[in-house]
Design a protein around this ligand. Structure first.
Ligand SMILES: NC(=O)c1ccc[n+]([C@@H]2O[C@H](COP(=O)([O-])OP(=O)(O)OC[C@H]3O[C@@H](n4cnc5c(N)ncnc54)[C@H](OP(=O)(O)O)[C@@H]3O)[C@@H](O)[C@H]2O)c1
Length: 265
């Protein structure tokens, strides 16, 4: 059984990840035969882009595909799985947090296909160089998922559900929170008539430093210096933004605490 390949896929969901993943699969010669989505407009659009049929009712999807990829909001995974009967067809979800076995009511062969990248709306994002974290409850499932993943990227890992939750949590800090910090910085600048462009070299350089590793060694700023007068000036500048002041204080205190716990830079 382990020499089987994935020729055709059904996509369940038509959001950001389904769009990027569906297009990447088609580019690698894997057919997307059907798309199901709760709202027809997005489902039809994705189906059109990948050359698939749009199926408006989940109970009507084919039971003959090689792989079913459920790329939907985490809360929708279980209810959709409960309305599927796929026998032993390989069914995966794409969540960083949800347990693989949520899918077990739909199929005996389940798994996870979790790309560790951000796929925002409106910006083409390829899979080359993207880590894809896999899990399956069967050896055949693992083999087949790895086969698909390796068509998209060289960075393929097997990660169990507990590890994946922690991976996702670390990604929230590294990506989602960092991006929100950019949002705060942009707001502070533009509401004081300065362009966000001013910060772009700093953002790029900070990311370049971070990917070199030993990250805290690159920490700069008033908190790590213990520069109390500057911390106080920044706090007074944020008097009109209590929500940003809360973030400023929490992160500054964490930096000071981290330095205390881990010694000098
Ligand atoms: N985007 C990323 O960067 C990324 C990266 C790695 C993993 N993931 C994972 O991929 C999954 C999808 O994420 P996404 O970013 O593609 O989300 P998204 O763009 O917000 O799309 C959500 C999808 O879930 C469907 N959905 C939401 N609530 C539903 C419900 N109650 N019943 C049925 N369908 C429902 C939506 O259908 P409608 O169109 O009808 O609303 C849509 O197809 C999530 O598990 C996410 O953690 C995402």
């Amino acid at each position: 059984m382990t020499n089987s390949s994935i020729g055709c896929v059904v996509l369940i969901g038509a959001g950001n990840l389904a769009l990027h993943l569906g297009q990447a699969l088609v580019q690698q010669g894997i057919r997307v035969v059907e798309v199901y989505n709760r709202s027809a407009a997005k489902g039809e659009e994705l189906a059109g882009r990948v050359g698939a049929d749009f199926i408006p009712e989940i109970s009507k999807i084919t039971t003959q595909a090689d792989l079913y990829i459920m790329a939907v909001a985490d809360a929708a995974i279980m209810p959709i799985a409960e309305s599927l009967q796929l026998g032993d067809r390989l069914l995966v979800h794409t969540s960083g947090t949800m347990d693989m076995m949520l899918l077990s009511k739909a199929s005996v062969q389940v798994g996870v296909f979790y790309p560790l990248q951000t796929f925002p709306a409106g910006r083409p994002t390829g899979f080359s160089g993207v880590p894809v974290c896999l899990e399956s409850n069967s050896a055949e499932g693992k083999f087949r998922l790895e086969e698909v993943a390796r068509k998209l990227t060289d960075m393929v890992y097997f990660v169990d559900s507990d590890q994946r939750k922690l991976l996702h949590l670390s990604a929230v800090f590294a990506c989602n929170f960092t991006n929100f910090m950019y949002t705060v910085a942009e707001d502070l600048l533009t509401s004081n008539s300065m362009p966000f462009e001013l910060l772009k070299p700093l953002i790029a350089h900070t990311a370049e430093n971070a990917v070199r590793g030993d990250v805290f060694r690159h920490q700069t700023g008033p908190a790590v210096r213990g520069d109390q007068p500057v911390l106080d000036i920044h706090r007074s500048l944020l008097a009109g933004h209590p929500e940003y002041l809360e973030i400023y204080n929490a992160i500054s205190n964490n930096i000071i605490q981290y330095k205390t716990n881990h010694g000098k830079l």
